[in-house]
Ligand binder design. Structure first.
Ligand SMILES: *[C@@H]1O[C@H](CO)[C@@H](O)[C@H](O)[C@H]1NC(C)=O
Length: 403
């Protein structure tokens, strides 16, 4: 598409200003890939790739210079011979295409890293930078290596609320509180002191109501260390970090990914599913760029910054929910006519388990489909919402290496 636009630009009219714009554009591209080098160096040990990088960059610089000279020469001869000019410009156009394509390639090949601690300029380029993101090695924060082997027990606690919603404990495990977020676009959180208080009360009576400053969107919220993380209702993908004790918004951030899609086809209200595991906070999301599949990002719970991103091999079609355990995403599938939910795709950021050796865990048959599944790393429980029922699943774990 861009190649075609460029070619049109080269051939049409040859107005000086356009020429200049094209050259400026190409130069900007070149400058844009330049700072990636610093980032690249942080992560690569292999000297040979670095020198290859230098070589490629300088080759593009000289190609561009040459191209520029040609353009200037052609501009001068513009009045003399229009026909000859046209055919020459065809050649130039083709070359611009090639330079463009190779630059695209270079950017995706070498811009693989989640540039931590690098220049602000890079933030703008994040979308490009992460194209080849799966190649960067993930540095684990914990030594956890558990993976799910089966569902040991299931307990239905109560039915409060509508078909869709989410319930959870504080997933950092620092208090026993239980939170109910009923519906897909509400702004009132119900808080119970303990699970017992929750199960023994009538509906939401006995709960503390917390009024949020804005409505949430979907069912992908997470509560971690007294902070509620949620996607704000609206077109813009804005994450809110809300302190449930102080009742204030602590931070907000626009999720820096364009053209987002619902993550799970069976629960189209959820655009970002926030998950907590032993490693911290994650965002499960999807974009038009990779529209059949689910993507994953590691989030800094303090600042809401994205630290690293991955494309997973897990499809969105017939997915109902997902959760993360020790850096492995488990995607749960069902069918449009609800049957048994099952884990049918896994993605491990540290590559210890592949989709082939992952256990296909089936959930006990229930009512409809899960609208949310929240993993509590402290308790190794899943907090599930199914057709208004609040369900707990106790997980049986094994070590990843024992696969
Ligand atoms: C939960 O939300 C549903 C609509 O999504 C609504 O009908 C119901 O009254 C709500 N229940 C509570 C307890 O807020």
């Amino acid at each position: 598409m861009r190649e075609i636009q460029l070619l049109v630009l080269v051939l049409s009219g040859l107005v000086g200003a356009q020429q200049q714009a094209l050259m400026d554009y190409l130069e900007r591209r070149l400058l844009a890939i330049e700072p990636l080098k610093s980032c690249f160096c942080l992560f690569l040990h292999r000297q040979d790739r670095i020198s290859l990088w230098h070589e490629q960059t300088s080759r593009y610089a000289s190609e561009l210079r040459e191209f520029k000279q040609q353009m200037v020469a052609q501009l001068e001869g513009l009045d003399k011979n229009k026909e000859a000019l046209r055919s020459e410009l065809d050649t130039v156009g083709t070359r611009v295409d090639r330079v463009e394509r190779e630059m695209d390639y270079l950017e995706t090949q070498n811009g693989a890293q989640p540039c931590v601690d690098v220049d602000d300029k890079l933030v703008e380029q994040q979308v490009t930078v992460v194209k080849e993101r799966n190649k960067a090695k993930y540095a684990k924060l914990t030594d956890c290596s558990d993976m799910i082997s089966s569902i040991k027990a299931m307990k239905i606690l109560k039915r409060v609320g509508g078909t869709k919603g989410m319930w959870t404990k504080d997933l950092a495990g620092n208090n026993g509180k239980v939170f109910i977020l009923n519906g897909t676009d509400e702004d009132t959180v119900y808080e119970f002191g303990t699970v017992r208080e929750f199960t023994s009360s009538q509906g939401t009576s006995g709960a503390t109501s917390i009024q949020l400053p804005s409505a949430w969107r979907g069912m992908g919220h997470a509560i971690y260390s007294n902070q509620l993380y949620y996607l704000k209702q609206g077109e813009e993908m804005k994450l809110i970090k809300y302190d449930l004790q102080k009742n204030i918004v602590v931070d907000t951030a626009v999720f820096p990914v364009k053209n987002q899609l619902p993550v799970y086809s069976l629960n189209p209200e959820t655009f970002i599913d926030l998950a907590v595991d032993e490693e911290g906070l994650w965002a499960i999301y999807a974009t038009q760029e990779n529209e059949r599949y689910i993507s994953l990002a590691k989030i800094d719970p303090k600042t809401l910054d994205i630290q690293q991103m991955w494309d997973t091999p897990c499809v969105r079609e017939n997915a109902e929910a997902a959760f993360v355990i020790c850096g492995t995403v488990y995607v749960v599938y069902n069918s449009k006519l609800p049957s048994r939910s099952r884990i049918q795709c896994v993605f491990d950021v540290s590559d210890m388990i592949t989709n082939d050796d992952a256990p296909h865990v089936y959930f006990p048959k229930r009512y409809g489909t899960h609208t949310s599944l929240k993993y509590s790393p402290v308790e190794q429980l899943l907090y599930a919402w199914d057709d208004g029922y609040q369900i707990l699943y106790k997980l049986q774990m094994k070590k990843k290496l024992e696969v």
